[in-house]
Design a protein around this ligand. Sequence first.
Ligand SMILES: NC(=O)c1ccc[n+]([C@@H]2O[C@H](COP(=O)([O-])OP(=O)(O)OC[C@H]3O[C@@H](n4cnc5c(N)ncnc54)[C@H](OP(=O)(O)O)[C@@H]3O)[C@@H](O)[C@H]2O)c1
Length: 288
Amino acid sequence: MSLSDPHTRFPLGRRAVRRMGYGAMQLAGPGVFGPPKDPDAARAVLRAAVAAGVDHIDTSDFYGPHVTNQLIREALSPYPDELVIVTKLGARRGEDASWNPAFSPEALTQAVHDNLRNLQLDVLDVVNLRAMFSVHGPAEGSIAAPLTVLAELQAKGLIRHVGLSNVTPTQIAEGRSICPIVCVQNHYNIAHRGDDALIDQLAQDGIAYVPYFPLGGFSPLQDAQLDAVAARLGVTPMQLALAWLLHRSPNILLIPGTSSLGHLHENLAAAELKLDADTLAALDRIAD
Ligand SMILES: NC(=O)c1ccc[n+]([C@@H]2O[C@H](COP(=O)([O-])OP(=O)(O)OC[C@H]3O[C@@H](n4cnc5c(N)ncnc54)[C@H](OP(=O)(O)O)[C@@H]3O)[C@@H](O)[C@H]2O)c1
C-alpha cells in the first residue's frame, strides 16, 4: 500500500480519500484544553501532513475549544480542493475542561456556525454527531432529535455529509432512517475490537469506519506481542498497529493523532507496510 496508490482510497462524503489521514485532537493543549505550548510546531505538523499527501483531517470545535480548528485554518486555509475536513458536534467544554453533552437545536446550530467561522468555511464537508449517552463508549438512546437538527442544517447547505460517532448499531440504523450516514467514528484498535461485526456490516453497506484511538489514545498501546512482531519486521509497534487496521477492512480510514513531526512521518509510512497472513494471525491474537 502507498499514499499515492488509488486502491488505498475509500469514499468519505464528496470524494474518496486516502486511507491514511490525520487526527488533529493532539494539537490542543494538555487535556485537549487551551492552546498548545508551541503553536508554530502544531501548524508545522498540519502543513507537513498535507504536504505528504494527507487529504482527510479529523477535528472538532470542542478541541481547545476552538483552538484546533483555528490552527487548521491558520496552517492550511485556503484549503486544497481535495482536503476533506471532518468535524464533530455534541459536546461543550466546561471551564474546568469537562466534556458536557450539547444536543439542543440551539447548541447544535451554534456549533455548526462556530466550526464554519473557526475553520473559515462556507460549508462543512462532513459533520459527525457525537453521541454522549456515556462519555466512555456507545450507550443506547435515541439520536433522532439531534440528528434531525443536523439534517435540517444539511438541507440549508451548511453541511455536505453527516456521520455518527460513539454509536451502537441500533443508533446507526435509526440515523440512516433520518439521513444518509457516510461514516461511523468509534473507539477501535488492535487491542479493542468490540466493533468487529459492525465494521464488516458497514463495509458491506459502503460506509466508512474511522476508528478513534487507533494507537490506544492518551496512553498509546503497550503489548508484548505487538512489540515482538514489530521487532521481527523492523518497524515500530505504532506502525504495525496502523498497518493492521489498514489490513482489517477496506472501509477503515485512519486518523492517528500526533503533535510530533517525527511521529507523523512514522505513522504515514505505515501505509506502505504489507503484512502476510501469518503476521496478521499473530496480531489477531492480541485481542484475545
Ligand atoms: N469521536 C470521538 O469521540 C473521538 C475521541 C477521541 C479522538 N478522536 C479523534 O481521533 C483521533 C485519533 O485519536 P487520538 O489522537 O486521541 O489517539 P491515537 O491516535 O490513538 O494516539 C495518540 C497518542 O499517541 C501518540 N503517538 C502518535 N503517534 C505515535 C508514534 N508514532 N509513536 C509513539 N506515540 C505516538 C501521541 O503522542 P504524540 O503527540 O507525542 O505523538 C498521542 O499521545 C484524534 O486526533 C481525534 O481527531 C475522536
